[in-house]
Design a protein around this ligand. Structure first.
Ligand SMILES: [Fe+2]
Ligand SMILES: [Fe+2]
Length: 188
């Protein structure tokens, strides 16, 4: 891994694409315009297993501690805000997961509620990614020296290799499919 911050930014690009797709999915769902329930399951799988279990976990267990070692306070901004954001995102994904796993049909009210939570998750993640790219990644580039960056790259690489090969590729395929399915110009 040459540039550890660059690799996290690439993951942001993937997550950002699915965030935009989720916004369009939620719009369709809100007006009952052809938003298959199965796709909610796929969005949840992506946000849970890629955005949370991989990306956010790597940030929390590897990047933020590296920044703390470089002098940023663990309990102050921006680190505290990032950790709070991750908790809030986990909560919203959990709400969507419960809805996706529900065996009975959604009532109109339940459908609109799912759409509202999905919209909230999308706007939350959009703001979170912007916050990290404005405050956290530049701080990492400014504060981590060559050795700390090399350690970061090694630790992120090890983290990535700790999951079964093929899982990441499968999640990236899900991301590409959802992003393609819910494009800008779709009219539902
Ligand atoms: Fe994050
Ligand atoms: Fe991030």
């Amino acid at each position: 891994m040459q540039d550890p911050i660059g690799s996290l930014e690439l993951e942001h690009a993937v997550i950002g694409g699915v965030v935009e797709a989720l916004t369009r999915y939620a719009d369709r769902l809100a007006r009952d315009g052809g938003a298959p329930r199965d796709d909610l399951d796929r969005f949840v799988t992506f946000f849970r297993e890629f955005a949370d279990f991989r990306h956010h976990d790597a940030e929390e267990s590897i990047l933020l501690p590296a920044l703390a070692r470089a002098g940023l306070a663990w309990d102050s901004e921006p680190i505290a805000a990032i950790r709070r954001d991750h908790d809030q995102e986990r909560y919203l994904v959990r709400v969507l997961r419960h809805a996706a796993l529900q065996s009975s049909a959604w009532s109109d009210e339940a459908r609109r509620h799912v759409a509202a939570v999905a919209t909230e998750l999308a706007s939350f993640l959009r703001a979170h990614i912007a916050r990290e790219e404005r405050l956290v990644y530049p701080a990492a580039r400014a504060r981590l020296g060559r050795e700390a960056l090399a350690t970061l790259a090694r630790d992120l690489g090890r983290f990535e290799r700790s999951t079964a090969p093929g899982v990441r590729a499968e999640l990236l395929r899900t991301a590409a499919e959802l992003t393609a399915r819910y494009q800008d110009q779709d009219q539902g």
